[in-house]
Write a protein that binds this ligand. Structure first.
Ligand code: SAM
Ligand code: DTB
Ligand code: SF4
Length: 360
């Protein structure tokens, strides 16, 4: 096929959003010659995005470790001895401080993660306050707190939470090898609740768990066949942490990882695909291939939740070398409006019991 034919092919085949992918169609994409797959993904990418813009989010672990779940990849599960120091729910004040620092270093979204199976009733006033305070800084907000009930999803949406992250992690067939304490269906139901409450969905998975290509295809098929595509699709490469059951897992072929990004881009053409955990172990060249394959979001800042991430200045240097600009997010007309709003909110908090007792 000539390049011109291929261009027409990609535009007609993959221009629109589809929700009826079969496993075979996805496997056929994975089986394309690498150059053809990347070329197609890049064409699809350019139909909906500026190819030289990447969205940057910063993570903050608002409650660390001692999680009752048994996710085999996770350093925060109480079942594995990973030497992680557990921490109680972070004070609202401290979360705001971290969010300000993230904003100052150029992040546009602040993602707050908790090592919970699901939030408890008593946690909700604290987390909704966090959403309000971080939003007041002019940042987009995201939370990942585990499974949600209808009412909790509504409370978060009312507080103004922009995105809720909840990953499917892998294919339904491989899922039982990785997690036994909650079902695939539980995860799908939480995603439905997030959608029904009107928040944007951030849902993706992890690769490098020992799964096969058919599982990576199965994961992407589940995500793309949701009634609406998640606005944000994080693709995590397993970070192997000593003490977890997957600490000695075999490395995934880096080209297979890039294929996964490209297939996600083609299947969910309007979603931000995030090159998520695992960047510390990737070369600059591999990351640039991921951007070429259609990744257009990263976690930015030296820490993910509990594990390392490249230093912010290393990322900025990489962006400069590649001619990439961070995507902008402007909610406020100017900086003084942000500062005035924040000042008023902090003053308001001084007499608020949640402000000082959030960790109890
Ligand atoms: N506890 C909540 C939950 O699991 O629903 C939210 C936080 S949890 C850490 C969020 C996601 O991080 C997981 O679904 C998984 O995809 C990813 N993750 C956790 N540990 C990881 C690791 N070692 N390597 C790569 N991704 C990881
Ligand atoms: C996601 O998909 N990846 C992020 C975020 N959502 C919450 C978490 C990655 C965690 C990596 C392991 C750690 O730092 O604990
Ligand atoms: Fe807990 Fe989330 Fe880690 Fe699973 S991924 S053990 S639910 S913190």
């Amino acid at each position: 096929m000539t390049a011109a034919q291929q261009m027409t092919n990609a535009s007609s085949l993959y221009a629109g959003e589809r929700h009826d992918w079969t496993r075979q169609q996805v496997l056929d994409l994975f089986a394309l010659p690498f150059n053809d797959l990347l070329f197609t993904a890049q064409q699809v990418h350019r139909m909906h995005f500026d190819p030289n813009r990447v969205q940057v989010s910063t993570l903050c672990s608002i409650k660390t470790g001692a999680c009752p779940e048994d996710c085999a990849y996770c350093p925060q599960s109480a079942r594995y001895d990973t030497g992680l120091e557990r921490e109680q729910l972070m004070k609202v004040e401290k979360v705001v401080e971290e969010a300000r620092a993230a904003r100052a270093s150029g992040a546009t979204r602040f993602c707050m993660g908790a090592a919970w199976r699901s939030p408890k009733k008593k946690d909700m006033p604290y987390v909704t306050r966090m959403v309000r305070e971080v939003k007041a800084l002019g940042l987009e907000t995201c939370m990942t707190l585990g499974m949600l009930k209808d009412e909790q999803a509504r409370e978060l949406a009312e507080a103004g939470l922009d995105y809720y992250n909840h990953n499917l992690d892998t294919s339904p067939e491989y899922y039982g090898e990785i997690i036994t304490t909650r079902t695939y269906q539980d995860r799908l139901e939480t995603l439905d609740r997030v959608r029904a409450a009107g928040m944007k969905v951030c849902a993706g998975g992890i690769v490098g768990l020992g799964e096969g290509e058919k599982d990576r295809a199965g994961l992407l098929m589940q995500l793309a066949n949701l009634p609406e595509h998640p606005e944000s699709v994080p693709i995590n490469m397993l970070v192997k942490v000593a003490g977890t059951p997957l600490e000695d897992e075999k490395d995934l072929d880096p080209f297979e990882f890039i294929r996964c990004i490209a297939v996600a881009r083609i299947m969910m053409p309007k979603s931000h695909v995030r090159l998520s955990a695992g960047r510390e172990a990737m070369s600059d060249e591999m990351q640039s291939l991921a951007f070429l394959a259609g990744a257009n979001s990263i976690f930015y800042g030296e820490k993910l939740l509990t594990t390392g991430n490249p230093e912010a200045n290393e990322d900025m240097q990489l962006f400069a070398r590649l001619g990439i600009q961070p995507e902008e997010y402007q909610q406020y007309a100017d900086e003084s409006e942000v500062e005035a709003d924040l000042g008023a909110r902090i003053a308001e908090q001084e007499n608020d019991p949640y402000f000082y007792d959030a960790a109890k």
